[in-house]
Design a protein around this ligand. Sequence first.
Ligand code: WTA
Length: 668
Amino acid sequence: MTQEATGAAEAVAEIEVLAKEGKSYPPPDEFKAQALVTDDSMYRAAEEDFEGFWLDQAKELVEWFKEPTKSLEWDPPHCTWFADGELNISYNCLDKHVEAGRGDKVAYHFVPEPIEEEPRAITFAELKDEVCRFANGLKELGVKKGDRVGIYMGMVPELPIAMLACSRIGAPHVVVFGGFSAESLGERMNSTGASVMITQDEARRKGGLIPLKHIADQAVEQHAPSIEKMVVVRRTGGDVPMKDGRDLWWHDLVEGKSTEFEPERMNAEDVLYLLHTSGTTAKPKAAQHTTGGYLAYVAFTHKYVFDIHDDDVWWCAADVGWVTGHSYIVYGPLNNGTTGVLYEGDPTYPDVDRHWAIIEQYKVTQYYTAPTLIRAFIKSGPEPVQRHDLSSLKLLGTVGEPINPEAWLWYWRYVGGERCPVVDTWWQTETGGILISALPGVTTLKPGSATMPLPGVKPAILDEKGKEVPQAQGGFLVLKKPWPGIFRTLWDDDERYVSNYFSKYGPDTYFVGDGARQDDDGYYWLLGRIDDVMNVSGHRLSTIELESALVAHEAVAEAAAAAAPDDLTGQTPLCFVILKSGYEPSDELAKELREWVGEQIGKIARPKAVIFGADLPKTRSGKIMRRLLKDIAEGKELGDTTTLRDPDIVEELKERADELLGRSGASA
Ligand code: WTA
């Protein structure tokens, strides 16, 4: 064993001992002494006057062109918030701070992936100028209020600039994560009717290049005829073909443009953006977020969950392409005038300590990441962390999936130096912002629990029939009351909004899709998805998306997918495939299918293994028994197989799966 590996193993052993103690962690005195909230007054205020509480927050945290007098108006399953208010989000994120004399404050420390490239500090004033210039450029291209604008980029400053320019005009943006395939991108552009799309020549990733423009070209040519103009940021200088009449360079478009652009007066309920997420059907759906309620909610949760002070340096290490980046890299922090880090690249490039080096260099005070990354850090041991002075850190956060107590404790001890509260924040693309989380100056933490609902948030845990389950028993998580950040519907598909989220328990109960339980102290423990949605490195992926991708391959007759547990990514897709006649199972074909899925959906969807079988486990009526595929994927003892048409099939699949995943028999 190398020295580093020993360190890692020792740390894990220590942490296991700690986890067994099952201790809880009240706010450290030093933290509490400076915290924004240290008592239950906010919880009480929301309890006593729910609507008044949110209206006060909205007025305090957001600057309105016309202040709202209305708070929640609820006509289940639909709601509006602050509906008579008028505002502009980019005004709140930029002008508000410049006008208050804070234009010189840094909005983003942009850290390029190549270590030899100069980082860049961008002030609020500079950001405002760039946003206005680009908004003028978009206007020249004909973009106006209500038009959808597609964005497919890496983590470069032009990404938030483009989003803010859209919000200045009132044009909803549709950001697609830069890891998605041409097909996924094209589908998302087409279904939202975007006519302008913004991309970059290439993105940097782990020392390599991702050909974003090339993928965007394919997306437009094969799937999204609605795109008329493509604006391209020159990031790497790579040679990319530009199509005459359709493509233009960002730098040419903004050349000579004014740094003034009158922000559009938006109604609180006007659409701010659409963002796709996986559900239980093959087609991803686009959550529709609005202007006033969303901004108030992300501002509130950013400020109080992360205990943000004026001189803090905030780092949300997500990608802007996901909701976490929308809410906590762009809108929440900028509205709150917070200095943030925007890092372009991979956490392990050029070395596993890259994040710690950045925290040390910029004296980051709050760091927010996903459990999957923490588990990766644990593998390389505490040494890379200990190379750096992380004493600037005051608070740590996690999001995206349940965090196991061991990962929580490791993070708390080795990254936070036993001094920083770790807030485990539970939320979804649909919820717009955090719903269940500690308030770090108030809540006693329990490793592995997202703790309690935030003020004004009303979860419950129900059984199949809609009755609240007794404490300590698991059930379906629901939300009994709207909050300002809730999505208002699914783009162009209100029917699906109702059937997906508000049909199981009726129109006034939002069905989350996660299992949860409450312990004796009332703490919430999230148990993962209860539907056919898996969570790979904190990213949602539905089994049906995978299956549709597979059956689109010429060799595949039938396919089914299930989630296998994975040390690093939480879950990983496992695919069962029946080949068409004329095709033979082989390692090459398995590899080809894995790559195929990666190309169809995006790399995160690439299955860990493809298992060929003569058939899928089906009932006599031909229904696939997903429960058995789940047992196989999870390495469990097989459940009841007596109703199967051919019980041998499932035994064969199981053997093959255990072999491919390196499991010995039924233990896992
Ligand atoms: C899961 C990401 C446990 C959950 C912001 C949810 C979590 C889905 C947590 C939403 C957490 C997110 N603990 N599970 N702290 N945070 N999840 O839409 O299953 O990408 O339904 O939003 O991730 O994923 P989404």
